[in-house]
Write a protein that binds this ligand. Structure first.
Ligand code: NBP
Length: 481
């Protein structure tokens, strides 16, 4: 009997996805560049399963039923192109290549078109949930050539996480849209993590609470509107004691790494002209954390003025909760707005309610909150901003006072909260009907004859003023990049 699907790449994600597929009754053939890993896998984690091994791509392809489905779970980038080129001569028209790694969406746009020309169907899919998700139910975000979807759907939906019986896997859209949605997911993950870290630091450095006290606060928060995987693991992390019975968290060096997906999201937002401020701040916060030596030096040269918190600690804990919740709403509002813009730019028909459902289970940002987002988009699929949905408008109104109190207190206590603060600035900017961009346009027109529009004239009519009396009458061309 031939295998239902072949998988290339037996690192942590590949191995666990294979075992998950096997559990759901699919026969999987596997290959890995270092072929000893195929044997190790068959003799170890896959022992007693129906998984079959291959020591060459020819052998792998030969073991697959038609249409052949080959899934790559390898390092993103040129390795994917390398495998595609090696597979092409071995496959037949109608066969399917699936890239499940963290590929850049523009690469998936290119690969879908390239493979279509060759008669091969390409799927670029986001897979989220790490090792645990891959093994027991990830969130899967497939896009690419829709002709491939029916063949792959039974496998992907069977192995994906489920929320109230619904699979956290649905067709996202054409070309690189699956990887695009995964990229935004990862950006939002950066934001969620940064927000939690800011709450932690404000509680620790600002209010002077112990790790155990903060652990209790996060465990408590996880029972309410902040109920989420990341808040849950934060409570678990804070509870973890080292061999000396001290919180392990206190021994971990404060420099954060990153693998690029948050940065990609930020760069894309700049390209699209969408103010994705919270995710961008989160990426920069990691960059600043990485400058450890500089920070240690600056801490000596630029000492903070001593400032202690003297107020009601419980009230401030509640305010920090509100700051975290409101900032999180801003982050998701910005993320969904970015996807709207990308959908319009690339002519993707994205279903935002389905995307929220796909993220609702299985993945790192899973939370009950995504259920509220799904409801908001189900009620109005054309929603311009989550902030305009009744549920979230009310939530923002409730959290507003506490959020401001937390940010003010953080400033007074010299505790950096870039994501809390920039989210608040975005919120206030977003609901300001008249921003100071009138002055900005005047400045641009003053020094560069860039022109401006007037409030008393129709949009699209441009004016230039000779501000100094010795400028020319020629205006610069009016275009926006
Ligand atoms: P890695 O990202 O560590 O990739 C390891 C695989 O890539 C191995 O099979 C390795 O083969 C292969 N590979 C490399 Br590295 N260079 C190669 C080359 N030049 N030619 C051929 N094969 C090469 O594995 P992973 O952490 O399981 O992730 C797989 C994909 O899923 C990545 O794109 C990752 O970004 C994405 N992802 C990871 C996670 C996670 O939590 N780890 C979550 C979601 C998505 P070898 O064994 O011969 O070295």
């Amino acid at each position: 009997m031939k295998a239902n699907i072949g998988l290339i790449g037996l690192a942590v994600m590949g191995q666990n996805l294979v075992l998950n597929m096997n559990d759901h009754g699919f026969k999987v053939a596997v290959y890995n560049r270092t072929t000893s890993k195929v044997d190790d896998f068959l003799h170890d984690a896959a022992k007693g399963t129906h998984v079959i091994g291959a020591h060459s791509l020819e052998e792998l392809v030969d073991k697959l039923e038609s249409p052949r489905k080959v899934m790559l779970m390898v390092k993103a980038g040129e390795v994917v192109d390398l495998y595609i080129d090696h597979l092409l001569p071995l496959l037949s028209p109608g066969d399917i290549i699936i890239d499940g790694g963290n590929s850049l969406y523009s690469d998936s746009n290119r690969r879908t078109a390239y493979l279509k020309e060759k008669g091969i169907l390409f799927i670029g899919t986001g897979v989220s949930g790490g090792e645990e998700g891959a093994r027991h139910g990830p969130s899967i975000m497939p896009g690419g050539n829709k002709d491939a979807w029916e063949a792959v759907k039974p496998i992907f939906q069977a192995i994906s996480a489920k929320v109230d019986g619904a699979p956290c896997c649905e067709w996202v859209g054409d070309n690189g849209s699956g990887h695009y949605v995964k990229m935004v997911h990862n950006g939002i993950e950066y934001g969620d993590m940064q927000l939690i870290c800011e709450a932690y630091q404000l509680l620790r450095e600002g209010l002077g609470l112990s790790v155990d006290e903060i652990q209790g606060i996060f465990a408590d928060w996880n029972k309410g509107v902040l109920d989420s995987y990341l808040v849950e693991i934060t409570a678990n992390i804070l509870a973890y004691k080292d061999e000396n019975d001290q919180p392990l968290i206190d021994s971990i060096l404060d420099t954060a790494g990153q693998k690029g997906t948050g940065k990609w999201t930020g760069i894309n937002a700049l390209d699209m002209g969408i103010p994705l401020t919270l995710i961008a701040e989160s990426v920069f916060a990691r960059c600043l954390s990485a400058q450890k030596d500089d920070r240690v030096k600056a801490a000596q040269h630029l000492p903070k003025k001593a400032s202690t918190f003297n107020g009601d600690k419980q009230k401030m804990v509640d305010a920090i909760h509100d700051a975290l919740y409101a900032s999180k709403i801003i982050s998701y509002a910005q993320g969904f707005q970015l996807m709207r813009e990308a959908a319009s730019e690339y002519r993707w028909s994205l279903n935002y309610g389905e995307i929220a459902l796909m993220w609702r289970g299985g993945c790192i940002i899973r939370s009950q909150f995504l259920g509220n987002i799904k409801q908001a988009f189900d009620a109005n699929p054309e929603l311009e901003s989550l902030l305009l949905a009744d549920y979230f408008a009310e939530a923002m109104s409730q959290a507003d006072a506490g959020w401001r109190k937390a940010v003010i207190q953080a400033i007074e206590l010299n505790v950096p909260t870039p994501a809390f603060s920039s989210a608040l600035a975005y919120f206030d900017g977003y609901r300001t009907a008249r921003l100071p961009a009138n002055l900005l346009q005047a400045q641009r027109d003053y020094f560069g004859a860039h022109t401006y529009e007037r409030i008393d004239r129709p949009r699209g009519e441009f004016f230039h003023t000779d501000w100094t009396g010795h400028g020319g009458k020629t205006a610069s061309t009016t275009y926006t990049v």
